[in-house]
Design a protein around this ligand. Structure first.
Ligand code: AMP
Ligand code: MG
Length: 348
């Protein structure tokens, strides 16, 4: 299948370009589009056969459910059986935005969307292209990240092109996604609201509105509430080590690893903060990618997946990544880094 890539204005999307997306979505085909978090791979959420194409294009396991994107409350009402008071509060404060709510589903939602679960995950994105595309299509859109399963999520049109070229008919390319990490997935189906996946809205932000919020830590002998979390995610091709600790120690360990790597003829890449970069560039890693300042986690979040993908593009064999402080957006950043490193973490 030939893939068209249309460049669309991120703030004032051109109607004739949106209509191209509408045409494919209404015909049961896939369209990749930007959201404020990452690029999504969208299909009509009410059409099981359209949604099955998402799993095929991504190579996604069937039991990893999809997030459904809506553009208004009425559309959300078609999907959700009952709203809890916590869900109402979340909608008031955080929609449109990077917060996905998990709630009991209506029968209209096909099983393939929820992986057979009784709950559906829904969110209203704030990106003008995503919102207008859903509005013009007039349908809820199921959309996971538009990457091949297991690979770093796409935060630029070029990332989607790399992973989805020849697999889908259309990519709407609006440049970089502003947030850069996926939405927070929050179970508000009853009881204490529980974070199933850390993301663009922090636990602290949620607590300010909801009071107590739990974090789901799936145990070995219990089925995970967010089945997707059990799979390897965000993985670059090279081996990756995440280093956590004082700057001097992290820098020292990185220098040792660069030298050891080079002695074994490996290409070594470094992903680090702006503050650590001056101490590392003199040791000539094959790639030094500055994620952003440690004082601006939103900058680090928006560059993270680009950094991981660049390592692949440059054929890096060993990636050394500097950890950031947990808390706020830092928790989502560290979740992605730990996953990308396959839990290969060194505390120094
Ligand atoms: P992705 O689409 O790759 O950003 O991942 C979506 C995440 O949301 C995965 O971790 C899923 O397990 C989770 N999720 C989606 N739908 C549901 C649902 N109905 N119940 C619980 N978690 C869900
Ligand atoms: Mg994903």
């Amino acid at each position: 299948m030939q893939t068209r890539r249309l460049y669309i204005d991120p703030i004032h999307p051109e109607t004739e370009l949106l209509r191209e997306g509408v045409k494919w979505l209404q015909a049961g085909e896939l369209v990749a589009f930007p959201t404020e978090t990452v690029y999504g791979l969208g299909a009509n959420a009410l059409d099981a056969s359209a949604c099955s194409k998402i799993f095929k294009a991504k190579g996604r396991p069937q039991d990893n459910p999809l997030i459904v994107h809506v553009c208004n409350r009425m559309m959300a009402n078609l999907l959700v059986e009952g709203w809890t008071p916590q869900a109402e509060l979340c909608i008031q404060h955080f929609w449109p935005g990077p917060l996905t709510l998990v709630l009991p589903k209506r029968a209209t939602v096909p099983d393939i969307v929820t992986g057979g679960l009784a709950n559906v995950a829904i969110r209203m994105p704030s990106h003008p292209v995503a919102l207008r595309l859903i509005e013009e299509t007039g349908l809820p859109i199921a959309a996971p990240s538009a990457n091949l399963s297991g690979r770093p999520s796409p935060t630029k049109g070029s990332h989607v092109w790399h992973d989805m070229k020849d697999k889908i008919p259309l990519i709407l390319d609006a440049g970089a996604c502003p947030v850069g990490v996926e939405s927070t997935v929050l179970d508000v189906s009853g009881g204490v609201p529980t974070i199933l996946r850390a993301g663009g809205i922090s636990k602290e932000q949620l607590e300010a509105v909801l009071g107590e919020v739990w974090i789901d830590h799936p145990s070995e002998n219990q089925a995970p509430k967010a089945p997707g979390m059990k799979y390897r995610h965000y993985a670059p091709r090279g081996e990756m080590i995440l280093m956590i600790g004082l700057r001097e120690r992290v820098v020292q360990l990185m220098v040792e690893e660069i030298q050891r790597g080079h002695a074994r003829l490996k290409k070594v890449g470094v992903l680090c903060t702006l503050e650590s970069a001056p101490f590392l560039h003199t040791w000539l890693p094959d790639l030094l990618f500055v994620l952003g300042s440690e004082d601006r986690p939103e900058e680090i979040a928006s560059n993270l997946f680009e950094g991981l993908r660049l390592c692949d593009e440059r054929g890096i064999d060993l990636i050394l990544a500097e950890g950031v402080e947990e808390g706020g957006l830092g928790t989502a950043i560290m979740n992605r880094l730990k996953n990308a490193a396959g839990q290969h973490i060194q505390f120094v």
